[in-house]
Ligand binder design. Structure first.
Ligand SMILES: *[C@@H]1O[C@H](CO)[C@@H](O)[C@H](O)[C@H]1NC(C)=O
Ligand SMILES: *[C@@H]1O[C@H](CO)[C@@H](O)[C@H](O)[C@H]1NC(C)=O
Ligand SMILES: *[C@@H]1O[C@H](CO)[C@@H](O)[C@H](O)[C@H]1NC(C)=O
Length: 405
């Protein structure tokens, strides 16, 4: 490490210390201040159900079709599970989970790809150096004939379908060797995509977000801190095979969802804590919900309600540090371990999920789990058959009963 590296560490530790001393509210203990300003009911103290230790780890996003939930896991696989087998979620075992595909099949160099168990092992150790090889499936969305579109953080946008090009046969309980994955968009303006995030398919267009063109997924906190707006919303045309930039310079473009009237695409801006709407016909990009109480990740529309998975409650630390560009520079120049340590120290562990009205953007409900025992760092939420299914890159698939407040 060079000298300026050490200087910056000392400086950071000193300023972090001063910050904590002069600002005791820095590390969130209570959030009632935020909630008192809410009109929506807030539900506390949820209990969640989850899977056994090594099953369904870190599902970032889901797609639901014909009683199956499809999800992308930390080992780079897309798997599915039937809701029938999910009825006993605590006792799921490996036989209940079907491998759909590994996104690493997109890599033409087969010898470069670690095995599935190697990928699982590395992800488990939080060693993400080879994630770009293992793949990291994030956003998932079915097209109208049942082909599954995936936004893989490092391999880009791809389509999973039967080998004959038709949709995934949901009733086939032996998918092995019957599916293929084809790349749709892996480069933008000649540069490899390094952090694709979310997808929505509508008619002959596929909308997708890229969160950054500088940092990859494992480096996402740098993107959050710098907040220089390196994300974007794109549309890929299936007929022409071309990709158009719709909105540039989005501060951490994250989850997207199609409005009920099919006229707008909602876009979660993680770094600016707001949900935007892109008008498909007009091409305008305006605010749906500003200054949210949490940091939005994926958003999914069900019955006019936009379910927002929140990575965390808003952090004073991040909000404040971001007002001082020199602090950000120093903070981001810290060696990785220190950077991550400070991030973990200051980020709230409380879990939060918000349901918004898709027209007004007002909060309808807030689910808050103090301490994050039931859920935390939520990436996605979808209601299904009396449960809210909760995805997170920090824990296994979880669900909470909707009406047992
Ligand atoms: C449900 O689980 C059983 C084993 O417990 C498995 O044999 C079966 O294929 C699963 N059903 C579906 C629809 O995946
Ligand atoms: C494929 O990957 C292997 C292992 O990383 C590497 O040694 C080899 O050069 C690669 N081949 C090509 C054609 O890139
Ligand atoms: C997609 O591309 C085709 C062929 O170039 C074009 O006719 C069509 O209008 C495009 N669709 C949209 C929605 O732009």
């Amino acid at each position: 490490m060079n000298c300026s590296g050490w200087v910056s560490i000392l400086f950071m530790i000193a300023s972090a210390f001063i910050y904590i001393v002069i600002n005791p509210t820095l590390i969130h203990k209570s959030t009632s201040r935020h909630f008192s300003q809410q009109n929506a009911p807030v539900y506390f103290n949820y209990k969640s159900q989850t899977t056994k230790k090594n099953l369904l780890k870190s599902p970032e996003s889901f797609a639901i079709l014909n009683d199956y939930i499809y999800m992308g896991l930390e080992d780079g696989s897309v798997v599915r599970i039937s809701t029938i087998n999910l009825s006993d979620i605590n006792h799921l075992d490996d036989n209940d989970i079907e491998l759909v595909i590994r996104t690493s099949e997109l890599n033409p160099n087969k010898t470069a790809i670690p095995s599935l168990s190697q990928c699982a092992d590395m992800a488990n150790r939080k060693d993400f150096k080879q994630e770009y090889l293992c793949g990291r499936p994030l956003g998932l969305h079915f097209d109208d004939i049942g082909r599954l579109i995936v936004a893989d953080a490092s391999y880009g946008i791809a389509r999973i379908e039967s080998v004959d090009g038709s949709g995934i046969n949901t009733h086939d309980n032996n998918l092995k060797n019957k599916l293929q994955i084809t790349s749709l968009v892996s480069t933008l303006s000649g540069k490899d995509i390094i952090f694709a995030n979310s997808v929505v398919v509508f008619n002959d267009l596929l909308y997708f977000t890229v969160s950054s063109d500088k940092f990859s997924r494992p480096e996402h906190m740098y993107e959050v801190m710098e907040a220089e707006g390196r994300g974007a919303l794109y549309a890929y045309n299936f007929t022409s095979g071309s990709t158009a930039l719709l909105v540039a310079n989005i501060p951490f473009a994250n989850g997207i969802s199609l409005s009920s009237d099919h006229k707008k695409i909602f876009v979660a801006e993680t770094s600016s804590a707001r949900i935007m709407k892109y008008d498909i016909l007009e091409g305008t990009y305006t605010v749906l919900s500003d200054n949210m109480i949490c940091i939005p990740d994926n958003i999914k529309l069900h019955n006019h309600v936009l379910w927002v998975g929140c990575s965390q409650i808003r952090s004073n630390f991040v909000d404040r540090v971001r007002r001082f560009p020199f602090l950000i520079k120093l903070f981001c120049s810290l060696p990785g371990v220190f950077f991550k340590w400070i991030v973990e120290l200051v980020r709230s562990k409380d879990g939060i999920i918000v349901a918004l009205d898709e027209i007004s953007g007002d909060e309808r409900m807030v689910f808050y789990d103090y301490g994050g025992e039931a859920f935390k760092h939520v990436s996605e939420v979808q209601p299904l058959k009396g449960y809210l299914y909760v995805g997170s890159v920090y824990h296994n698939l979880k669900r909470i009963k909707i009406n047992n407040k």
